[in-house]
Structures are given as C-alpha cells and as structure tokens.
Design a protein around this ligand. Structure first.
Ligand SMILES: [Zn+2]
Ligand SMILES: [Zn+2]
Length: 238
C-alpha cells in the first residue's frame, strides 16, 4: 500500500528537486541544499551565532540569559535564495491556492533540516506560532502552521494545531528593536488544554526570538517543561 501511495503521490508531485529539476526523492537535491546558506550543528543552540561551550549547548551569552526556550534552531540564514524562497512561501500572490511549489518545498525542507539539528531527539508534539483570527482571515493561511504540519509528519509525532491562541493582533515585529519586540508580544499568547513535557514550537523566520519566547511561556504555564523553537530560517545580525 505504501508503494502504491508513493506511486500516486509521484504522479501529483514528481520526485524532482524543487530548485534544479534533477531527480531526487527529497524536496531539494543534495547540491541545491548545499548551495543555500544552511546552518550546521557546530553553533550555539540558542542564537546559532557563536560557538557553543559544549557540543549541543549554549554560548556564554545565551547561557547567561535564561529563556523560556530550551533551544532555538533554524535550518538556514534568512538571506539570498533562502530569503527569496521564504518570502514566496509566506506571501503567495493569491493565497495558498497560488502557492509556488518550489517555495513551499524549500520552506518545508528548511524546517525539517532545523528539526534534525535539535539536540535530544523527537518531542512529544509540535505546535505552531498562531496568527490572530483577524490576521488569519486576511492571509488565508498560517505559514508557521504549514511548516509545523510538515515537521510533525517528518518526525512522526502529533501536531497540536489548536494548542496556542493569539489573543492580540500584535503589530508586525519588523523594524522594532529587541526590547520593543518583547513588549509587543508580551501576553499575546494563551495555551488551550494541557501540554505534554517536550514541545517543538515552529515559526517561519526567527529574528530575536521574542515571539517564540512569549509563546513558550504560555506553553510552559500549561504543562510543557521543555520548549524548543524550530524555524525555517534565522535573520542574520539580530
Ligand atoms: Zn537541485
Ligand atoms: Zn548563543
């Protein structure tokens, strides 16, 4: 049955690289993935900017500032081709129906690459940073939700699609400094129901991590003990 399903899926989505069109079963072939500004395992699990003190641990700066997030990992730097693909994925011309298949495939590949860098193995569930109901109606889909679904499937754990609620339609974080970003999202999230101990929290792009930290605090109040941010891309020099 699995073979049959794969065959049917291949008819719908041919097994070719989303970037160069060469044959591969992954969203991107090895060469194309290597051509993107990918992030590796040799970095701090909090900021991915500095080297860690120990493999899989935090740098001195992150170690000195306790966060609601155990770690925060992105698959690639948000620049060059990655920036172009992610923007195409987040802002398709006419909603999800007009989604560019290669942008979607690259965004999914990047969040799965981030998942493979998280120290400590699979979580109990995956949760996405939600949009406010008004923003969701405006956008038509939640990009973080699409990525969270792909990651949950890849890792083989449940997606808790309604575990978090956005109580306020916060203004965009773009152009705000670190302290203003923290103020902007303070108390913006509420958890629904009880959460299992280990949660991966998914967003498309991480900048300072203020949004992820605010959502992680809500998840921890609802029972999560270890919340790890998993994102497709990270803004350089945040
Ligand atoms: Zn390729
Ligand atoms: Zn760090």
């Amino acid at each position: 049955v699995r073979e049959l399903l794969r065959g049917l899926l291949d008819l719908l989505v041919p097994p070719v690289c989303a970037r160069c069109g060469s044959g591969t079963s992954a969203p991107l072939c090895r060469d194309c993935l290597r051509a993107l500004p990918m992030l590796g395992p040799d970095r701090c699990a909090g900021c991915q900017q500095a080297p860690p003190q120990l493999p899989g641990s935090l740098c001195r700066g992150c170690g000195a500032h306790p966060s609601a997030l155990r770690a925060c990992i992105a698959g690639a730097w948000f620049r060059g081709d990655v920036e172009r693909y992610i923007r195409g994925f987040k802002y398709p011309p006419r909603g999800l129906a007009a989604q560019d298949a290669s942008c979607l495939a690259v965004a999914r590949a990047l969040v799965c690459a981030a998942g493979s860098l998280v120290p400590g193995g699979a979580p109990d569930c995956v949760v996405a940073i939600p949009l406010h109901a008004r923003a969701l109606r405006r956008r038509g889909f939640n990009p973080a939700g699409v990525l969270a679904r792909a990651l949950a499937l890849r890792v083989g754990v449940p997606l808790r699609a309604t575990a978090l609620e956005r109580r306020r339609d916060t203004p965009s974080q773009t152009g705000l400094g670190r302290a203003a970003r923290r103020r902007n999202v303070r108390g913006a999230f509420r958890a629904r129901g009880a959460l299992p101990p280990r949660v991966w929290l998914v967003d498309d792009v991480v900048t300072t991590g203020a949004t992820l930290a605010a959502a992680a605090r809500a998840l921890r109040r609802a029972g999560a003990r270890e919340v790890t941010g998993v994102c497709a891309a990270r803004t350089p020099h945040a």
